[in-house]
Design a protein around this ligand. Sequence first.
Ligand code: ADP
Ligand code: MG
Length: 249
Amino acid sequence: MAILEVKNVGKRFGGLQALGDVNLNVEENTVHAIIGPNGAGKSTLLNCLVGKLIPDTGSVMFDGQSVLGRKPFEINQMGISRVFQTPEIFGDLTVMENMLIPCFAKRDGAFRMHALETIANEQDIVAKAEEMLVDMNMIDKREMHAASMSRGDKRRLEIAMCLAQDPRLLLLDEPTAGMARADTNNTIDLLKRIKDERDITIAIIEHDMHVVFSLAERITVLAQGTPLVEDTPDKIKGHPKVREAYLGE
Ligand code: ADP
Ligand code: MG
C-alpha cells in the first residue's frame, strides 16, 4: 500500500516551472530515493509534501488523507517528519535541550521556547530524551553545545529529533551533503538500523550514489521537474539515461 501518493503535482515560481507533472507513490515500509541533477525540483517537491509550499496543481495524500491546505505542524502531527538540506537544530542549546523539544512537542502537541527550563524538570520528557540519545549513541554529548558538533553529529541529532516524534514517514533532503566519508557511512548504517527497528517509511533525496544504492529499494529520477524513470536500484543502474546522466557513461 502507498503511504504517500503524489498526483499531478505542479509548482511554478514566476516564469519557472519547477515541477511539471509529478506522479509518485511511496510504498509503506520502504526506502524510496529521489535523485536528479541540481535544480531538478527535488527540494521543491519535498516542500510541497510538508506544507512549506503549496503546489499549483495536483494532490498529495498521506495515509489516505490530503496534506494540502494544512500547516507544516499539522502535517508533522499527521506523522511526517522532515530533515532539511541544512541541519535545523538549535545551535545555542545543548544536545539534551535540543532533544527535549520534540519529546515535549510529541506529548503536548505544541512547544513554546520559554518553557524549556520547566520541561527540563519533567521526568517523562527527560527520560524519553535520554532514551533517544542513548539509542543514537549521543548520550555522552548531552551537555555539548549543538553548534560545536561535527556535521555528522548535527545530522544525527536532527534525525534523532525527528524520530522522537515517532513519524510514520521520514523525509530526508540530502542528509549526507558535505559530510566526510566516515560520517556518510555512519549515516547509512543509522538509516538502515532505523528502517529495521521501526515501523517507518523513508523517502530520501540524495546526490551520493553510494548512499542511494546502499539504502533504496525504489528510485525515482527527477529531471526538470518531471519523473524521468522510476524503478528498482538494479534497473536504475542499468538504465541508459541514468548511466549517462549520473554514472558518467
Ligand atoms: P533541487 O533540490 O532538485 O536542486 P530545487 O527544488 O531546489 O531543486 O529547485 C528547482 C528549481 O526551482 C530551481 O531552478 C530553483 O532555482 C527554483 N526555485 C526553488 N525554490 C525557489 C523559490 N522559492 N523561488 C524561485 N525559484 C525557486
Ligand atoms: Mg535541493
